[in-house]
Design a protein around this ligand. Structure first.
Ligand SMILES: Nc1ncnc2c1ncn2[C@@H]1O[C@H](COP(=O)(O)OP(=O)(O)O)[C@@H](O)[C@H]1O
Ligand SMILES: [Mg+2]
Length: 329
């Protein structure tokens, strides 16, 4: 299987403003390690899920992949070429192939434009040679593909006339119209009504099945990922702690954090673990440790060796984990 995207050891630290009058911080620079050495592979034509709680660095990674912001270090390889340093025409070529669907369908569409013009905009940028008729046909076709029918009626509407779900469909149509190879969907249903989430996910899934578009689906919610995904990477505090085929990872989670995420949606299965430790794992406010395993402070199994930094290692075919509990030595 070919990988369309490779993220190689990407780091992004954001400076934290500290109180200059505080002596303990004097002369010290503080950083939020949003991404602390993230590596992952995304197979072509598949749905890869990135799951992790709020603040774990998911959106930062998406923005770096799409060159909205630069990483401090590391590389992004798209279709075999390093896009981190690309400029001008090469960057434009890449942008034509990779699109993003945002979390908030209310702020991602220009309120003063009709749906027709919202979808036409990327065609005007990337397919200047298209005739007026070709543009119209493309726009109506993608509207139908996301089930906004009759398409001619929806094309004439303004965003405020649409529901959240319909707006998100427009956003999908807009990303689809330039025929990208990769779509990054950053929590595309988290702001939508629970009752319509499945329909939107179904549309996203169909893009990979029918059009062979690679989908990178970002979520904090494991329940939706099981439905849509082929592969999964679990992120905790700027690091990938577990990855592999979604069936293997969810049926046999190896990292205590993945287990905790699964327990949040099912019955806890930490047998032989005292209550205090279970409370600790659920305490979402604990800060990551400076060195060693990022999950150390929350992990019910933390050991001395965990003060060293674990590496993401292969445990079985298509199943990797970064945890000393599973060290073979
Ligand atoms: N531009 C920025 N400046 C400073 N801190 C940022 C910036 N963007 C994100 N962060 C911080 O980086 C961490 C990861 O954020 P984000 O990637 O948005 O997480 P997620 O999408 O998983 O919720 C958070 O602690 C966030 O506050
Ligand atoms: Mg986010």
């Amino acid at each position: 299987m070919k990988n369309i995207l490779e993220v190689q050891d990407v780091k992004k630290y954001f400076p934290i403003k500290t109180n200059i009058f505080s002596f303990s911080n004097f002369g010290k620079k503080n950083y939020k390690k949003a991404l602390d050495g993230v590596s992952l592979l995304i197979a072509e034509g598949r749905v890869s899920v990135l799951v992790g709680e709020s603040g774990s660095g998911k959106t930062t990674l998406a923005r770096i992949i799409l060159r909205a912001i630069d990483p401090d270090s590391g590389s992004i390889i798209f279709n075999g070429s390093n896009i981190t340093k690309k400029t001008g025409r090469e960057l434009r070529d890449f942008r034509k192939q990779a699109q993003m669907i945002h979390q908030d369908p209310y702020s991602s569409l220009n309120p003063i434009m009709k749906v027709f013009d919202i979808i036409k905009e990327p065609i005007d940028i990337f397919y200047k040679n298209y005739s007026k008729e070709e543009r119209t046909e493309k726009i109506l076709t993608v509207l139908e593909e996301v089930n906004l029918k009759p398409s001619t009626e929806f094309a004439e509407k303004y965003p405020h006339m649409l529901s959240g779900g319909e707006r998100q469909r427009v956003a999908i149509a807009r990303s689809l119209v330039i025929e990208p190879k990769l779509i990054i969907a950053d929590e595309p249903v988290s702001m939508l009504d629970v009752s319509i989430r499945a329909q939107i996910l179904q549309i996203v899934k169909q893009l990979s099945v029918n059009r062979k578009i690679t989908i990178f689906y970002i979520t904090h919610d494991l329940t939706t990922s099981r439905y849509i995904g082929d592969e999964i990477s679990v992120m905790y505090a700027g690091k990938i702690v577990e990855s592999g085929s979604i069936d293997k990872v969810l049926s046999n989670p190896l990292h205590p954090y993945t287990q905790a995420l699964l327990d949040a949606v099912s019955e806890p299965k930490f047998e032989n673990i005292d209550k205090e430790k279970i409370i600790r794992i659920k305490n979402f406010d604990s800060v990551a440790t400076e060195r060693g395993c990022n999950f150390f402070n929350r992990c019910p199994y933390s050991m001395d060796i965990c003060k060293k930094e674990p590496k993401l290692e292969r445990k079985e075919q298509n199943h990797n984990v970064s945890c000393f509990l599973h060290d073979t030595i």
